[in-house]
Design a protein. Structure first.
Length: 290
């Protein structure tokens, strides 16, 4: 009776639907954990049953093979996130707070790039990076014999440039909502435009920057096609490609391969755990008007 008083019938239906959607979302993660402890015979013979026992050696084997790929991905992701946040926030501030000729046309041209599928630029980008001369030695960034290919530059540059369109749009929209009086007061006090950006716009935009950082990091972490095409050196390969190579070298033993996916998902879980509050704030910014 108390349950009926507290919840109406539409609310019960909505709650039931949300529980079903949550279960459907979590089911693949549950199955990944279960498969990571099964042999191939158990997977193909008794797919829905529980594992016959804990096989922690699968995780040890997967970690030994994939840890370098995970570190490579984290390093590239960190550089990409920092570069994207800085360039997107500066460009967004320029489009939101400065006046110059052709600003609206230039902004529309940048937005038009969102209509171009990334797969259409795959071959031209590959040829461009292959022919573009690489200046540098065999350092952390790497350096192959074919231009920028087989170097971390071939990942960092496209990821940063490719994320600018959405980042500029997001930052510009947010900066336009900041009261102009704050910037006018800063200019009266003698602050430069960069000082106004650094001391006013940037601190107020932490939620939206956190949203952009998480989205970019997840995108870099999950990218598969471009690293597969542009990187052939295992020493600088990323996780998404490395874990599939782990499965192929293990004769498609699905248990250890799924253990590798479980280990590889931990950085994403940590990123969302620490940034979820800011991520939600960034998504809901401007949704409710005072």
């Amino acid at each position: 009776m108390n349950f009926r008083r507290r919840f109406s019938f539409p609310q019960i239906l909505l709650l039931t639907a949300l529980l079903i959607l949550a279960a459907a979302t979590l089911l693949p993660f549950y199955m990944m954990l279960m498969i990571s402890q099964k042999t191939n015979a158990e997977i193909f013979g008794h797919f829905w049953s529980l594992p016959g026992g804990l096989r922690m050696e699968y995780f040890s084997k997967a970690l030994h093979f994939t840890y370098r790929y995970i570190l490579n991905t984290l390093a590239v992701g960190a550089v990409v996130v920092v570069g994207t946040l800085f360039l997107s926030s500066v460009s967004g501030y320029v489009f939101a707070r400065l006046e110059f000729g052709g600003k609206r046309v230039l902004f529309l041209l940048i937005l038009s790039l969102m209509m171009i599928p990334g797969v259409l630029t795959l071959v031209p980008a590959f040829l461009w990076f292959k022919e573009f001369p690489f200046v540098g030695g065999n350092d952390w960034l790497g350096g192959g014999g074919s231009g920028f290919l087989n170097s971390r530059w071939v990942l960092i540059i496209p990821y940063i440039s490719g994320s600018q369109v959405f980042g500029i749009y997001l930052c510009r929209t947010f900066f336009e909502q900041i009261p102009s009086e704050l910037f006018e007061a800063a200019r009266i006090d003698g602050a430069s435009e960069f000082s106004a950006y650094w001391r006013i716009a940037l601190p107020l935009s932490l939620p939206i920057l956190a949203t952009l950082a998480i989205m970019n990091f997840v995108g870099v972490y999950n990218e598969y096609i471009w690293p597969l095409v542009a990187i052939s050196d295992k020493q600088i390969q990323v996780f998404s490609v490395g874990v599939t190579q782990f499965g192929l070298e293990g004769n498609l033993d699905l248990g250890p391969m799924m253990a590798g996916y479980v280990i590889g998902s931990i950085p994403l879980i940590i990123a969302f755990a620490f940034g979820m509050r800011y991520y939600i704030q960034g998504l809901t910014t401007g949704a409710v008007k005072a």
